[in-house]
Structure formats: C-alpha cells, structure tokens
Design a protein around this ligand. Structure first.
Ligand SMILES: *[C@@H]1O[C@H](CO)[C@@H](O)[C@H](O)[C@H]1NC(C)=O
Ligand SMILES: *[C@@H]1O[C@H](CO)[C@@H](O)[C@H](O)[C@H]1NC(C)=O
Length: 219
C-alpha cells in the first residue's frame, strides 16, 4: 500500500518551506563572528574570535576610498565581503564599490543569492534588469538615486555621462555570487556544437567569442 497523498502533503509542505528558508543567509546566533584566523586554538569549534579580542577596527573597512583598476569594459569593482572585510561574516549582507569610465559598462550579470540596491554617488548611469518574461526595466539614474535589482535577475549598467561614474551597492547576502553572462556562456567551456546551435553562430564566431572571454583556451 502506498501512503495516501493527503497524508504526505504536510510533509511535502514542510520540506518545501525548509528549502525556501535555506534560500536566504541564516540568522546569526551571536552578535557578530569575526572569523578566528588562528583556527580556534584548543577548541576546534571556536570559529569566531573571542569577543574580548575584537576591536572597533574589525568593523571598519577602508578599501573602498578609491576605485581599483579598470577592466577592458571600463569597470572597476571592489567587492566588500567577508573575504575582504571579515567583520561582515554571518551578518547576511555585503557591498561593492563600482566605478565606470565614460562609456564603460558593467556587462549583463546576475547574483544567484542576493537582491542588490545600487546608489549613484556620482555620474549618470543607464541601469536596468530583465525579468523572467524578457521585459527590460531600464533607466538613466543620476547622482543621489538608487535602483534595485531583484535577486537572480540579469542586470547591467553603462556610464552615459561625461565623467567617471561611481556606484555603491549593497546585497542581502554575505556571498551573493556573480555570473557574468558573456563569460558564463563563452568562457566556461560549453561544447562548441551546442553553442553553434543555441546562438546560430559559426565555429569561427564562437572561436572569436571564446578568445575574448576565455583567453586561457585556444578557440
Ligand atoms: C574569552 O577570553 C576571556 C579573557 O581571556 C576568557 O575569560 C573567556 O573565557 C574567553 N571566552 C571563550 C568563549 O573562550
Ligand atoms: C592594479 O594594478 C597594479 C599593476 O598591475 C597592481 O599592482 C595592483 O595591485 C592593482 N590593484 C588592484 C586593486 O587590483
């Protein structure tokens, strides 16, 4: 005899809510947890520094005062996450400073684990995202304005002003993850024939894209 579906439903519902709950960063169980660089001394489970050793400097990060190096597309992005700023650990959020040269772009990409809210510190930035019906929501936003990019949706930015643009953004995950569409598709080693069929490109065109997004591999 198979169990009756009505009896299984509450179980299925519970499993489902459990999975949904896991889609967000877990709630911290202490005020803060600065990772223990020493690896926990005599207690292997002591992953956080003893709070008596924590100082105000553990909660301050000075690495976003200036832009970093600009990429080929005119973007400099400095990520502020627990790897660069351990004070963020377990707090469920992270940050990025992005600078765009005139005409520079932040190529279409998405963050699988976070919604992003971006504030334009200076400049004029064409910003937008695409929803799951392929509708584009895009607009030029200026100094002092914010735009939100819903979790998991492809979004992009381009500096359409006459000077460098600076954007500060925060994420509701300490590890939002990023997948850049061009390199995810052409820089990851997906089978050529599949890409040919998917995009209607010739092998030569695919080779060109590969050389651009996957320089380590002969196209
Ligand atoms: C933290 O350090 C203080 C002072 O050295 C000590 O008394 C306390 O037991 C430590 N706490 C833990 C959880 O190790
Ligand atoms: C920028 O590039 C220089 C020279 O290649 C390098 O020394 C420096 O570490 C880079 N800065 C950042 C923030 O990546």
């Amino acid at each position: 005899m198979f169990p009756r579906l009505e009896l299984l439903l509450p179980l299925i519902f519970c499993l489902h809510s459990h999975l949904v709950a896991l889609a967000w960063d877990p709630d911290p169980v202490q005020d803060f947890c600065i990772p223990n660089a020493k690896g926990g001394s005599n207690n292997a489970r002591a992953q956080c520094k003893n709070s008596t050793e924590v100082t105000p400097d553990d909660f301050v990060f000075s690495g976003v005062k200036a832009p970093g190096n600009f990429s080929e597309t005119g973007l400099s992005a400095k990520s502020v996450n627990p790897a660069t700023f351990p004070g963020l650990n377990t707090l469920g959020m992270s940050f990025v400073r992005a600078d765009l040269q005139v005409g520079g772009i932040n190529a279409p990409h998405f963050h699988p684990r976070a919604t992003e809210i971006a504030f334009v510190v200076q400049g004029k930035v064409y910003s937008g995202f695409v929803d799951s019906t392929n509708r584009v929501f895009a607009k030029v936003i200026e100094q002092g304005e914010v735009m939100v990019f819903p979790r998991g949706l492809v979004h992009f930015q381009m500096n359409v002003g006459e000077s460098t643009a600076t954007v500060f953004a925060s994420f509701n995950s300490q590890n939002p993850g990023v997948q850049k569409i061009p390199s995810t598709i052409f820089g990851s080693g997906i089978n050529d024939e599949l890409l040919e069929k998917a995009f209607g490109l010739t092998l030569e065109q695919i080779g060109k894209m590969r050389r651009r997004f996957f320089p380590g591999r002969k196209g």
